[in-house]
Design a protein around this ligand. Structure first.
Ligand SMILES: Nc1nc2c(ncn2[C@@H]2O[C@H](COP(=O)(O)OP(=O)(O)OP(=O)(O)O)[C@@H](O)[C@H]2O)c(=O)[nH]1
Length: 224
């Protein structure tokens, strides 16, 4: 497999109370559609979309989890292995805003600290807001993540949420990859007066099949 054929896949979980717009957000992003009807998610659902980050293909798998507590036992299992998280609340639902910290803890218990974004959805209904501008900003600051305001209905900022997370994960993977490559790909520099080579006595050892190594490294990092 050549380097350019490698694929990076990201698992992203979307969490938040029922009715905040999680399913709508995923449908909007992956299928480009929006429906006014509310159909409660039962358990877990998933859709995917491929985008390009830094010239590389990144497949984003979006896991839509039910917001109702009755599904907690099922949904928790699906958080495992997620590399990024979207914490969602609705502009018109105070409880969904107050539940955000609990949602973060639920995800952290399964995945540890992963790149996370706080999303305030239904910004088209800002005249009916029950969360002030500052409250949302302060919550994002206290959680240590970026706040993005979206309207799935009007298609505002939805793509930015996933591009932001994919870029963060992609950078982290690249960094992780180069660290692993540095450890498994030693460069031995030795001066030998009796050895006359093109490199003036410096012997450089490199793997002959770079792309195969790289693929293995990606596997080790859990990227493939
Ligand atoms: N005005 C407005 N309505 C929205 C927006 N996004 C979603 N909705 C509506 O909010 C309702 C709930 O949306 P869903 O996507 O089903 O919510 P959910 O978070 O997946 O809900 P659960 O499956 O119960 O967890 C639907 O009627 C949507 O049409 C938005 O940006 N603006």
């Amino acid at each position: 497999m050549r380097e350019e054929e490698l694929e990076i896949a990201l698992k992203v979980v979307i969490v938040g109370n029922g009715g905040v717009g999680k399913s709508s957000m995923i449908q909007r992003y992956c299928k480009g559609i929006y429906t006014k009807d509310y159909k409660k998610t039962i358990g877990v659902d998933f859709l995917e979309r491929q985008i390009e980050i830094d010239g590389e293909d990144v497949r984003i798998m979006l896991w839509d989890t039910a917001g109702q507590e009755e599904f907690d036992a099922i949904t928790k299992a699906y958080y495992r292995g997620a590399q990024a998280c979207v914490l969602t609340f609705s502009t018109t639902d105070r409880c969904s805003f107050e539940a955000i910290k609990a949602w973060k803890i639920k995800v952290e218990n399964e995945c540890g600290e992963i790149p996370t974004v706080l999303v305030q959805n239904k910004i088209d209904l800002i005249d009916q807001t029950v969360v002030s501008f500052d409250e949302a900003e302060n919550l994002a600051r206290s959680l240590g993540c970026r706040l993005i305001r979206t309207s799935v209905k009007e298609d505002v900022n939805v793509a930015s949420v996933f591009r932001y997370l994919a870029t963060k994960c992609h950078q982290a993977m690249k960094q992780q990859y180069s660290t692993v490559v540095q450890t498994i790909q030693p460069t031995i520099s030795a001066y030998s007066p009796s050895f006359q080579s093109k490199t003036n006595g410096t012997i450089v050892l490199r793997p002959s099949k770079k792309s195969t190594k790289r693929k293995n490294v990606f596997k080790k990092c859990g990227i493939l």
